[in-house]
Design a protein around this ligand. Structure first.
Ligand SMILES: [Zn+2]
Length: 121
């Protein structure tokens, strides 16, 4: 692999999505890591992108996650031998990634003191 040494200085770090294989700014991708404290082959979202070890990057888009899962690209990128357990990642995507905005259920409003959900990055 040759590194393109001519990257625009205005563009931040770039990562390759394991789903669609396209590159994008780091901020648009989610880092996945193996977390053996959860389960033997569990993959979790590394929200802060600071967990040690190998990471696999995927666009914050359900299609890319689906593709990465069906191609087993996540397990390969993380060097997980058995089929990766990605249910936690899928949960995270379901909760944090907007697929079709019209379908999102709004639960706020009815409860007086719901726990505040911070959505800031
Ligand atoms: Zn992608």
């Amino acid at each position: 692999m040759t590194d393109s040494s001519r990257q625009s200085p205005t563009v931040g770090p770039v990562r390759t999505c394991v789903g669609c294989r396209e590159r994008g700014p780091r901020s648009g991708l989610v880092r996945l890591v193996a977390d053996r404290t959860v389960a033997a082959h569990a993959v979790v979202v590394d929200v802060t992108a600071s967990a040690p070890g190998r990471g696999a990057w995927v666009h914050a888009h359900p299609d890319c996650l689906d593709r990465a899962v069906s191609r087993r690209a996540i397990g390969r990128a993380l060097r997980i031998e058995a089929p990766a357990e990605v249910s936690r990642v899928q949960e995270w995507f379901a909760r944090n990634v907007r697929t079709t905005p019209s379908i999102i259920e709004q639960e706020s409003g009815s409860e007086a003191d719901g726990h505040p959900m911070s959505t800031q990055r």
